[in-house]
Design a binder for this molecule. Structure first.
Ligand code: PRX
Length: 644
């Protein structure tokens, strides 16, 4: 299928021109990225574009000085864009707010002053646990303005998950709100924070955005009302110049162990990367209204709801609420109402909305749309076609963006802003400029066309993570050990995704190659769920796998060995599911729990999740020679049958 011919004609280059540009961009990455870095305002230019002397701890634009909040706000205000809309926000309850660049600038300055008054300074960590309201952006930019490091924790996470992240980052301040509204219900966020703070000694103060008059508990001397704090605040705070590699934020993501990884991103390299990829992917201009449905608690929200668009002086739409509430046409209604030109969401949302039928879409005039986007998981061709035909009316190319929390920004995606390649449903097309991607076999040799292997990135790029907060060894082990040859000075980044290049060079990404699940586009480690389960007093051992799900892509399923004398029951299954939901958050809650007496293990005692997965999906068991006890397979089979 060839789509997008004639699209953005004025920017149209033959595809071979894009290929040529791409080849050049990865030939001399320093020269290429030095040129791109002009997209930012620097207080001082860098001394070195790329320092690889401590590889794989690559450092970009070394010695350069800048401030993220200055780039997102001050420079636009100075350039006469003060009355331009930065954020158009709407809530599930129908409230709307528009913040101009000047309003955002004013609020960020005042809140930065308030944070300073709470003793927050350069390098301190600020945890933000808030609903998707404009204040979350204010809090992030205010933190960046004074050189603090923010760590946004998704508001769907539980008190325990929040506490783990606060403790790992040793945060000084937590910023939250009283309530979160979703699907017509009200959740007391502050109460979750209070529970988390019972075990977080580093936290000195809490700022609470109160959305309702009455209500939440405030602890004297620790908790401050957002608006009261602003009363004593200065109107202007000098943006603190930071070195390009000063951390802008930490964002936690699941890994293969029970402990989440604090992914650390830089200021200079990260901002250059998100701004440029934003331009290349979408060819975005000031006449666009970009609606990214992601929450700021995820990297998609950081890079393409906050830092990318604001650094470029664009307008974003932000929506607090569920996409199918109160009615399944909520997104289409909003696109029509606000004149959204680019709609960016996850395949899981597309599949969910598709289920309601075409009528809900057709009720609305979606002619303002010019591009559609997809992120977070592979998009299945059926959902792709529906999205393209029904939502986009056959006019809007789909920009399928492959990337990760760690990569900071888009890596494999169609560059509609340069030249749109013919699209193939389910393929994220080609690596973007400056990205040297490939597919390797397990032994490190290049895979043939159409041969499935492991995706790799062969050269550093400015959006790459600086490391894992407080764990250099894990950083090297997780991302660089698999394919690098340090003795030869070869560093290859390993994202842990299966992929394939077809005979036209298109990349196809198939999903995780490690024990991390992708539930509705969100990463959750099986080890993290297992860890939560064994904390329950009834559980002796647990193994978690992913089972394909039509809407969510994948859902966790748990196999549990109960402690002696514990009586299995349907009630206990439900209790365990609720327990995980409480401990980690709803994404992690198993769709099903099975009780077994044995788990399939290797002779060295490692759980063979592969065998569980095969049994759960009714597939062939493969090689069982390393299995310690064959009776375990029968056990699992029985448990699975028992349920059905
Ligand atoms: O497996 C890939 C999948 O999501 C993982 C990254 O998850 P996270 O860090 O939470 O970031 C999600 C948003 C960028 C990847 O390792 N993934 C992400 N985008 C795609 C994808 N898989 C296929 N196609 C995509 N477009």
């Amino acid at each position: 299928m060839q789509i997008g011919e004639g699209f953005l004609k004025e920017r149209y280059l033959p595809l071979r021109a894009f290929r040529e540009e791409h080849r050049k961009s990865i030939e001399n990455i320093e020269e290429f990225w030095a040129e791109q870095a002009k997209v930012l305002d620097w207080f001082k230019t860098w001394d070195r574009v790329l320092d690889d002397s401590k590889a794989p701890f690559f450092r970009w634009f070394v010695g350069g000085q800048l401030n993220a909040s200055y780039n997102a706000l001050d420079r636009h205000v100075k350039a006469g864009k003060r009355n331009r809309a930065a954020i158009i926000w709407e809530s599930e309850r129908g409230e709307t707010r528009t913040l101009t660049y000047y309003e955002l600038y004013r609020e960020v300055n005042r809140f930065a002053s308030a944070l300073k008054n709470l003793g927050v300074g350069k390098g301190d960590r600020v945890v933000i646990y808030m609903p998707l309201v404009p204040e979350v952006v204010i809090a992030m930019l205010a933190s960046a303005r004074i050189g603090a490091i923010h760590s946004v924790v998704f508001s769907g996470f539980s008190a325990e998950a929040l506490a783990t992240r606060i403790n790992d980052a040793r945060a000084k301040v937590v910023i939250t709100a009283d309530y979160l509204y979703r699907r017509g219900k009200k959740l007391n966020l502050k109460e979750i924070v209070d529970r988390a703070l019972l075990e977080t000694p580093s936290v000195e103060s809490v700022v609470v955005l109160r959305r309702e008059e009455n209500g939440v508990n405030m602890v004297e001397g620790r908790d401050y009302d957002w608006h009261n704090l602003l009363e004593g605040a200065d109107k202007y705070v000098e943006p603190v110049p930071v070195e390009s590699n000063h951390p802008l934020f930490i964002l936690y993501t699941s890994g293969t162990t029970g402990k989440p990884k604090g992914i650390v991103h830089s200021t200079g390299g990260y901002l250059v990367y998100v701004a440029k990829t934003m331009q290349w992917a979408w060819g975005i201009t000031e006449s666009d209204l970009f609606w990214n449905t992601a929450d700021v608690g995820w990297i998609t929200g950081h890079s393409y709801l906050v830092y990318g668009p604001l650094t470029l002086g664009l307008t974003v739409m932000m929506y607090e609420g569920a996409l199918n509430y109160p009615k399944p046409d909520r997104p289409w209604e909003l696109i029509e109402k606000h004149g959204v030109t680019i709609f960016y969401t996850a395949p899981t949302a597309i599949r969910m909305l598709m289920r309601y039928g075409d009528e809900w879409v057709k009720k609305h005039d979606l002619s303002s749309l010019r591009l559609l986007g997809s992120v977070g998981e592979p998009i299945n061709p059926r959902a792709w076609k529906w999205y393209y035909e029904v939502v986009g009316g056959g006019r809007c190319p789909i920009i399928d963006t492959w990337w990760q929390t760690e990569t900071g920004g888009y890596m494999i995606y169609p560059s509609a802003g340069l030249q749109l390649p013919p699209l193939k449903p389910g393929s994220a097309t080609f690596p973007g400029l400056g990205v040297d991607a490939d597919v390797l076999r397990a032994d490190g040799s290049p895979a043939e066309p159409n041969e499935r292997g492991y995706l790799v990135i062969k050269k550093p790029w400015p959006g790459m993570l600086l490391g894992i907060w407080g764990d250099d060894e894990r950083y090297i082990r997780t991302y660089w050990q698999r394919f690098s040859k340090p003795d030869e000075g070869i560093w290859i980044y390993y994202p842990a995704d299966y992929a394939m290049k077809d005979d036209e060079g298109y990349f196809w990404i198939f999903g995780r190659a490690d024990e991390v699940l992708n539930v509705s586009g969100h990463r959750i480690g099986t080890a993290e769920i297992e860890h939560a389960l064994v904390l329950h007093p009834a559980v002796a051992e647990a193994a978690v796998i992913g089972r394909p799900d039509e809407i969510k892509g994948e859902v966790p399923v748990a196999f549990v060995i109960l402690k002696e004398n514990v009586v299995p029951s349907e009630g206990l299954k439900k209790e365990l599911i609720d327990y995980v939901r409480e401990t980690l958050g709803p994404i992690a809650a198993p769709a099903e729990v099975f009780f077994v007496n044995k788990l399939p293990k290797t002779r060295s005692g490692k759980i063979m999740r592969r065998v569980l997965k095969a049994l759960a999906s009714g597939k062939g068991l493969g090689d069982l020679s390393t299995l310690e006890d064959e009776a375990s397979v029968e056990e699992v089979k029985k448990a699975l049958e028992g349920f059905e």
